[in-house]
Design a binder for this molecule. Structure first.
Ligand code: MV4
Length: 455
């Protein structure tokens, strides 16, 4: 096991990793920017190192500062959390050079999954279903038109260097293609320094289902079931749950098996997630879209239904320990839901709101868990993402979990700045949500009209 871990992140995930370190008996060093001097992670970690001013480019994304923090404090491992440098192969390479273990999947996996066109090819070769589309990046508009004719409209253009919804454009008719291709490619070039585009058949209102994977350095790979993350707004997830509602056990098993096949093909280890889209019109059809080679925000949903500590496992696996559990040792119990409580004014088009927390009274009681870095008097910096807290609810059934989450949202007091709590309460009251009828168009189609009335 490691001696001392550098936590190269902030907010709730830095707190979560500090807690895992404490439970493992590993010393923790958290990095912080000048804006996070008074953070909970700084208070809870054994040591803290300032790595620069508030803007992330000069602190949390500054690789030389992060590496120096690790070496100066004598860390033998680095946990990148999510976002920031979590999927940065350059950081993982530098770590290796200076003898610090990067807590994440092997570099070849991060690299091949970061190029979405390569990821598609790798998964196709592994026998994992992919959405009908092009295998190689499209060199020009002519090839794009021909591909679209073959695939059949509507199609979607995606940036090879994109991901998470960035650099995508839906094309519904041939006359829109040339313009869309030029603009999308130019945007991708500006955003990622890489304008390469590929194309897929466009699925209407798909469901987003992802499978949690664990793998050790000795070749054992298991899955920890799926999460439904369909409730998103502009590619920001707002509510996740496990198991996915209204999914046949046959399809659930098939998706998990496909993910295991994909992971074995790549000799994957550590933690990661396979993201699949389920066809909105045919529930039993699923396709691989992306792989995330990091721990994700929504990992506690899986922790609640499996009883496993994913961060502790992630650290043990990076340290070379073997998975001590088999696939059949993984037991799924009950249902879990996560609401991402964000500092955004959901009544005003989700405008980010800074401010200072006045009263903070987190929910509690049976089946409720809160992961947060917030405390009364905490000032939310405007430089980073808007996540304040993750409220989680577990129940024997989905109905019980939904009921507990509704209670948690009613109990919670977080004043001083607008939050998404009222929005989440409305989602939980929605009859279609209650029936488990979720898809990626849900928030825009069912929650937006409510917002329009409210404003
Ligand atoms: C798609 C799609 C429809 N058809 N691909 C967005 C994020 C990225 N992981 C994949 N995304 C999509 N890819 C095809 N061929 C629709 C989306 C999509 C989406 C996916 C998951 C969750 C929310 C979404 C919202 C809009 C679009």
């Amino acid at each position: 096991m490691f001696n001392k871990i550098l936590i190269a992140n902030r907010g709730e995930i830095a707190v979560r990793i500090v807690r895992a370190c404490h439970e493992l008996g590993v010393r923790s060093v958290v990095t912080y920017s000048e804006a996070d001097r008074d953070s909970l992670a700084v208070r809870l970690a054994d040591e803290a190192v300032c790595i620069g001013p508030a803007p992330s480019a000069r602190s949390y994304l500054n690789i030389p500062s992060v590496i120096s923090a690790a070496t100066i404090t004598g860390c033998d491992a680095l946990h990148p959390g999510y976002g920031f440098l979590a999927e940065n192969t350059y950081l993982s390479e530098i770590c290796e050079r200076v003898g610090v273990t990067f807590i994440g999947p092997p570099r070849n996996v991060i690299e091949s999954m970061s190029d979405k066109a390569t990821a598609r090819r790798v998964m196709r070769d592994a026998g994992v279903p992919i959405i009908p589309g092009t295998e190689d990046p499209l060199p020009n508009v002519e090839r794009a038109s021909r591909a679209a004719r073959d695939i059949g409209y509507p199609v979607i253009l995606k940036a090879a260097a994109g991901g998470g919804g960035r650099g995508m454009r839906v094309v519904r008719a041939p006359e829109e293609l040339a313009g869309a291709f030029a603009v999308a490619s130019a945007e991708a070039d500006a955003a990622f320094g890489d304008g390469r585009m590929y194309m897929e058949k466009f699925l209407e209102r798909p469901r987003h289902i992802e499978v949690q994977m664990l793998g050790d350095k000795h070749g054992r790979i298991i899955h920890l079931g799926e999460r439904d993350c369909s409730l998103q707004r502009r590619h920001q997830k707002l509510l996740e749950e496990s198991p996915a509602p209204n999914l046949s056990s046959r399809t659930r098993d098939a998706i998990a098996k496909a993910a295991v096949r994909g992971a074995k093909h790549m000799r994957f280890h550590n933690v990661g997630t396979f993201e699949f889209l389920l066809d909105g019109t045919d529930r039993d059809r699923f396709y691989f879209v992306e792989m995330n080679t990091r721990i994700q925000v929504e990992h506690p949903v899986t922790e609640l239904v499996t009883g496993l500590d994913l961060i502790k496992w992630q650290i043990r696996l990076a340290a070379g320990e073997a998975l001590t559990l088999d696939q059949r040792d993984v037991r799924f119990t009950g249902h879990a839901i996560e609401c991402r409580i964000i500092a955004e004014d959901t009544e005003r088009d989700f405008m980010p709101t800074g401010g200072t927390v006045d009263v903070y009274l987190p929910p509690g009681g049976p089946g409720v868990r809160v992961d947060s870095h917030v405390y009364a008097g905490y000032t939310v910096p405007t430089h980073y993402d808007s996540l304040l807290a993750k409220f989680l609810a577990w129940g024997q059934t989905r109905e019980e979990a939904v009921g507990r989450m509704a209670r948690a949202l009613d109990e919670a007091v977080l004043t001083g700045l607008p939050t998404s709590i009222p929005f989440h309460r409305r989602v939980l009251q929605d009859p279609e949500f209650r029936a488990g009828e979720v898809h990626t168009g849900f928030l825009e189609s069912r929650m937006q009209p409510v917002l329009a009335e409210a404003s």
